[in-house]
Design a protein around this ligand. Structure first.
Ligand code: PEP
Ligand code: MN
Length: 373
């Protein structure tokens, strides 16, 4: 038993650089038998690197199953002993960190309901000072990248060097087919902000239902994630939490097998030369678009001079609606996304208003000569 535990721990560094890194296990540890059965089935797929299970479950409403608590930690230790899989739990308080470490958990994660609260994240960070354990940080429930980044900084300052991010989707007012809207652009932004951190996608909490998992996993892979965290259970429909989104280890294995894993680069000379040429064209087009935008703003400024002379408001709603309608119709013919063009037009309009405002403000009382010039 001990030898296997040492093996699991010794291989953690290697594991950190394994791609794709697959984390799986039940939403919650429920019984010793359930943890053992799931761990063995996951191990036999040969595709899982880390076993996860929630011991303390921060549930949105009271009265829901809130986890078995620390009595579940030895069940995970037992699962590690028989499978060799490193074990991972969620922690939300200093006491939970202490108990998890006292039971030699290999990896910890901070859940979405904790990332949202800087006091809680700081408490966890303080409890981690001087400890060497990998920590994953889920995105906060709400779509706020500063909170997510802040949590990363707090854990980094505690001296933790192996940090991973887990994208599990966001609560939004809009109703979508997902339990938590993926808001992929936020995931991309966070990945660009912290390129040195591991980036993992959690399709289970994004989807909330198992039939959507495969599509979301593939989407995440296409965006170059380092791995996936998927909830699994030997009897998913009987799970004590998140039943609808859990899959059997067999189903997980099939899904993983069907995914198309991509590389982030290629050794092919033809690939590089074709891409170089196309990218040069893109650079050239970007330059032209910028020049056109600058010219468009110069014309807006000329218009502003006339508006000023004739004492006319900058905002002309009728004219703007006309531009919107015409451009959106043309954009559709050109197969450009309606949302993209709407955002582009809004940004363009605001920039144009600012350029015109500068002209109207020139020479007004309160303007410094520099402003006026
Ligand atoms: C979980 O992973 O089981 C969990 C509670 O996730 P989240 O914090 O993303 O809701
Ligand atoms: Mn869950």
């Amino acid at each position: 038993m001990c030898a296997l535990q040492v093996n699991a721990l010794a291989s953690l560094d290697t594991l950190w650089s394994k791609r794709p890194l697959i984390i799986s296990g039940p939403c919650s540890a429920e019984t010793a038998v359930q943890v053992k059965e799931t761990a063995l089935a996951l191990k036999s797929t040969g595709k899982v690197d880390i076993l996860r299970a929630g011991i303390w479950k921060p549930r949105t409403k009271p009265g829901m199953f809130e986890g078995v608590g620390k009595k579940g930690l030895p069940w995970l230790q037992e699962a590690r002993a028989i499978t060799g899989l490193p074990i991972m739990v969620e922690v939300a308080t200093a006491k939970q960190v202490e108990e998890a470490l006292a039971h030699q958990m290999d990896v910890l994660w901070i859940g979405a309901r904790t990332t949202v609260n800087p006091f809680s994240v700081q408490e966890v960070a303080d409890a981690l000072k001087g400890v060497s354990v990998p920590v994953f940080i889920k995105n906060p429930i709400n779509p706020d990248l500063e909170l997510w980044s802040g949590a990363v900084e707090r854990i980094e300052r505690a001296g933790i060097s192996q940090i991973g991010l887990i994208h599990r989707g966001f609560s939004t007012f809009a109703q979508t087919q997902y339990r938590n809207a993926p808001l992929w652009h936020l995931a991309i932004e966070m990945k660009l902000r912290f390129p040195h951190l591991l980036f993992i996608n959690d399709p289970s909490h994004i989807c909330g239902r198992r039939d959507l998992l495969a599509e979301v996993m593939q989407r995440a892979i296409d965006l170059d994630v380092d791995g996936l965290m998927i909830e699994s259970h030997c009897h998913p429909d009987q799970a004590w939490s998140d039943a609808a989104q859990q899959v059997t280890p067999d189903a997980l294995s099939t899904m993983l097998h069907r995914l198309v894993w991509r590389n982030d680069d290629s050794a092919s000379v033809e690939y590089h030369s074709a891409l170089d040429q196309l990218r040069q064209q893109i650079n050239q087009l970007d330059e032209e678009v910028l020049q056109l935008l600058a010219r468009r703003m110069q014309i807006a400024e000329q218009i502003a001079l006339y508006k000023k002379e004739n004492n006319i408001t900058i905002l002309q709603a009728g004219r703007w609606h006309e531009i919107m309608e015409r451009t959106l119709a043309r954009a559709e013919q050109l197969k450009l996304g309606r949302e993209f063009i709407t955002q582009y037009l809004d940004a363009l309009h605001m920039e144009s208003i600012q350029h015109q405002q500068k002209i109207l403000d020139q020479g007004l009382p309160g303007q410094t000569p520099a402003d006026a010039g």
